[in-house]
Design a protein around this ligand. Sequence first.
Ligand code: NAD
Length: 477
Amino acid sequence: MSREFDVVVVGAGPAGYAAAIRSAQLGMSTACVDKSVQKNGEPTLGGTCLNWGCIPSKALLDATHHYAILRDLGDMGIEVDGCRMDIPKMIARKDAVVRQLTSGITVLFKANGVKHLPGTGTLLGDGRVRVVEHDGKFRELRASNMVLATGSTPIELPSVPMDGQHIVDSTGALEFQAAPKRLGVIGAGIIGLELGSVWGRLGSEVVVLEALSELLPAADERVGRDAKRIFKRQGLDIRLGATVIGAAVDNGEVTVTYAVGDKEDRLVVDKLIVGVGRKPLTRDLFTPEAGIGLDERGFVSVDQNCRTSASGVFAVGDVVRGPMLAHKGAEEGIMAVERIAGHKPVVNYHAIPSVIYTHPEIAWVGKTEQELRSDGVPYRSSVFQFGASGRALAANDTSGFVKVLAHEKTDRIIGVHILGPSASELISAGVIAMEFEGSAEDLALTMFAHPTLSEAVHEAALGIAGNAIHMVNRKKS
Ligand code: NAD
């Protein structure tokens, strides 16, 4: 059977479902093909983010954060006796949150008139897509335009074979029914730090093995340095310069072998999480006749507007270059279908926020101080500590700072870096300022509610010109 659509989207993660909904809103007949199934075998929408990534990990991070801070409430006069964690209940709630959100996408598809086609989509060329359903039946669709949004999959280390029980990836680490006594994590990236935090808060002794010699090299150098100190205080044993070379399960224990310089060391744990990055998912996505090219790293090749080398075919999200972030993919998906509809939007790749949902949270947008130095860009830097924020003190949550970086000559904001409470929310002020090409003075002249954490952004911006009120300014040059 062959059916015609204006747009067929392959993949229903944040990039694909946003593209499909927007496409239908623009009046184009739209189908979205996705092969994901839930634990019970039912098709599911929302991709990695909603089912096995951003959302379930946040459900566990939020639950365990509430549990962890109970120990620190004594200062506020709250004495907590007899509190205990019911981990199976926490996991069940996480699953309920996922179900609610994924079924919400089903509702949105219906309301907007997007046809959901469960199965694996493969581009055949000439505007044809084959969909192989879960029972093996297949159908062929014809579409004037296509959007590839198949996302990414965890990178596996061949010398660390995952068994789904003792050695797991990020998906497996969301399903533990008890906190392992000894937990190893390979990779101190976003996944390693978030999942290490979840299980560390529940009592696991966590050792994180990271091949690089510094923590979070993509973040501002001071963020990485301060975060390392704070995570250490929280009990995360982060070993830098430690490259894992193998792991084996024996008698219910995992022995991990790792190299530090030319020395070899071993770590014995009960569970091991592999969080060493993700790779684009292009398996079965197209036949050679489809005319799609891949770059040297295996991403679908696209131009700055996400057009592939095949006419009428766009690719968006984790399957193309750029940071693997849900919000970046969603913006690209929307841009792609708006371009199909004849509009001319662009994605601003200079103002993509990054967030790590540890506590304190880490968030940034734009350039880091070390990047500006190595690019030879003249800049001013201003830092405001949450320790001087009335609201942070009242909330007993004072770790971290806001750093604003502005061009020395134009005063244009070129980077905002936050380590601290609600950094994920506060970073929006920096993103908006950069999107509007604002200056530090623009932020400084903006009124922020008192008492709020966001005043830390205001003070850091004021500090660029030496005008901060609630900290001692550096001497004006
Ligand atoms: P990552 O690239 O952030 O970190 C992986 C780390 O593993 C790196 O620091 C790397 O040096 C280290 N590593 C690799 N091989 C190693 C080895 N053999 N021994 C020791 N260390 C090793 O990748 P990730 O944390 O797996 O996350 C994958 C992707 O998912 C990222 O692109 C991330 O942006 C995205 N993600 C985002 C969020 C969020 O936005 N909060 C959350 C989770 C994942």
